[in-house]
Write a new protein. Structure first.
Length: 246
């Protein structure tokens, strides 16, 4: 995708001048690099703000029209206001078509719903990083790098070395051997449920239950109990009469 924008030479510098510039609807910036000295510039704030919302604008070769000339540049830095939708400053770097450059490019994750980790294990795919550093010539710079998640499993994550990079593009890991790009994580509750289902069923020992006596035996037992109670009452009465005689 080709992006073109217009910049204007900036005659004044400093914090006060930058504040006045922003109040007038312009954004201050600078262009540096190459064999030319750094040059302060100003841009239309609203046009730049909307361009920054396009992901490709951050990882593409841009054509800057300045003072009647066209210059190929890269967006290198954007300073935003802490809580306002306001651009405080923007940096562009001139490029050399024959010199390799370092750049951050976004990652686009695709086909995650087809992966065994999701279909078989119900895992959640974690995007460990959403952009990587690359090194290439300006003409080989990709707008993004696609990450195919269709073969992702819970036992194996996707590393930078597994990415399908375009010709002429090399990943720069900056000291890390082979960083993880994406991994599948099984939710804890689901993992515990699967472990419980996979464990052998424990046998529960049943407490001994007394055999129920037949209905007839229950009735006879009740009669015997009544007879015993009646005998006890007769004895008490007899004992009371003897005491009176004495």
């Amino acid at each position: 995708m080709q992006f073109e924008f217009t910049a204007f030479p900036r005659a004044t510098e400093g914090r006060g001048a930058s504040r006045r510039l922003r109040r007038s609807g312009r954004a201050p910036g600078i262009v540096y690099g190459g064999t030319t000295a750094p040059e302060p510039v100003e841009l239309d704030h609203n046009a730049l703000f909307h361009a920054l919302r396009n992901e490709a604008f951050h990882a593409s070769i841009l054509t800057m029209k300045l003072a009647g000339a066209e210059t190929k540049v890269l967006l290198r830095d954007v300073q935003m206001h802490p809580f306002k939708n306001e651009i405080l400053h923007v940096d562009f770097q001139r490029i050399d078509e024959n010199r390799k450059m370092h750049m951050k490019v976004p990652l686009h994750f695709v086909r995650g719903e087809e992966s065994p980790a999701v279909k078989q294990s119900g895992a959640i795919i974690s995007h460990v990083t959403t952009q990587i550093h690359i090194m290439c010539l300006p003409r080989d710079l990709p707008e993004f790098i696609e990450v195919d998640l269709s073969e992702l499993t819970t036992a194996r994550a996707i590393h930078v070395s597994a990415l399908n990079l375009p010709d002429g593009v090399k990943a720069v890991t900056r000291g890390k051997i082979d960083p993880v790009v994406a991994a599948a994580v099984v939710p804890r509750a689901q993992a515990e449920t699967e472990e419980t289902a996979a464990a052998p069923g424990a046998e529960v020992a049943a407490a001994p239950v007394a055999e129920a006596a037949p209905a007839g035996e229950k009735k006879e037992a009740g009669k015997d109990d009544k007879k015993k109670e009646a005998g006890k009452d007769d004895k008490k009465k007899a004992g009371g009469k003897d005491d009176k005689k004495k």
